[in-house]
Design a binder for this molecule. Structure first.
Ligand SMILES: Cc1cc2nc3c(=O)[nH]c(=O)nc-3n(C[C@H](O)[C@H](O)[C@H](O)COP(=O)(O)O)c2cc1C
Length: 162
């Protein structure tokens, strides 16, 4: 079962957090996750994936314009409808808009027909409401949160694709 992560990253933070999500997804038997920058998406891999997770830096309190542009053209053409969708963000400030960035991505995924998921509070600690946010530059403090998020997304993708 494949899981695709598509991210925007200018200074590497959002790319780095994708690595942790992949580590967590790999804990689920039979799951394989790969991550792609926006300009290097393997469309065949995304089409074959059971889940799509989109990562965005937080710019001006929300997602980046590049992610928004990709979302306006991307998922609809990639067989995303009916599949599991998720989102994560990195930000410079805890109050900087990471949650809103995630919410905007999830809205796009729903409009594309995806079933959005994070695990929410149903899985206990750590609670991951809309999706995980890592605050730069202390990214490694969020490593386990992102691993657990990857594991929960992969487990749910396996459940619904069984
Ligand atoms: C143009 C610009 C705008 C930003 N705006 C915000 C913001 O509104 N809120 C915030 O918390 N961080 C903001 N940041 C910080 C980035 O979200 C943060 O450094 C992020 O991890 C960068 O991701 P990347 O390294 O993957 O490019 C901004 C950074 C840039 C360059």
């Amino acid at each position: 079962m494949k899981i695709a992560i598509v991210y925007d990253s200018v200074t590497g933070n959002t790319a780095k957090m994708a690595e942790y999500i992949m580590e967590g997804a790999a804990r689920v038997e039979g799951a394989e996750a790969r991550a792609f920058p926006l300009d290097g998406v393997d469309e065949e891999y995304v089409k074959e994936s059971a889940a799509l997770i989109v990562g965005t830096p937080t710019y001006h309190g929300t997602l980046t314009a590049r992610v928004k542009a990709w979302l306006e053209g991307g998922p609809g053409k990639l067989n995303a409808a009916g599949k599991l969708g998720g989102a994560y963000a990195t930000a410079g400030y805890i109050h900087g808009g990471g949650d809103l960035a995630i919410q905007c991505v999830l809205t796009h995924l729903m409009v594309a027909g995806m079933m959005t998921y994070s695990g929410g509070s149903a899985k206990g600690a750590p609670v991951i409401h809309l999706g995980p946010v890592a605050i730069a530059p202390n990214l490694d403090e969020f490593a386990d949160l992102f691993r657990i998020y990857g594991e929960r997304m992969a487990a749910q993708a396996a459940r619904i694709s069984a």
